[in-house]
Design a protein around this ligand. Structure first.
Ligand code: SF4
Length: 63
């Protein structure tokens, strides 16, 4: 099984919580969050990042 990581950058407010909680996320110069890997085998900290995003901009979907 694998998971798709989707970030709604219209919604992202650039708080940095996801990057602080999970190394799969990084903040770019535009002030928005990006996922380094868009498809992961293990959900790991991606779930924690999604659960802690204050504006629910991160979706983790089972493939
Ligand atoms: S936690 Fe959510 S709002 Fe904050 S930077 Fe990450 S995606 Fe954007």
């Amino acid at each position: 099984m694998s998971y798709n990581i989707i970030i709604d950058r219209e919604r992202c407010i650039g708080c940095g919580v996801c990057a602080a909680r999970c190394k799969n996320f990084e903040m770019k110069d535009d002030g928005k969050a990006y996922a380094k890997e868009l498809e992961v085998k293990e959900i790991g900290c991606n779930r924690e990042a999604a659960d802690n995003c204050p504006v629910d901009a991160i979706m983790v979907n089972k493939k």
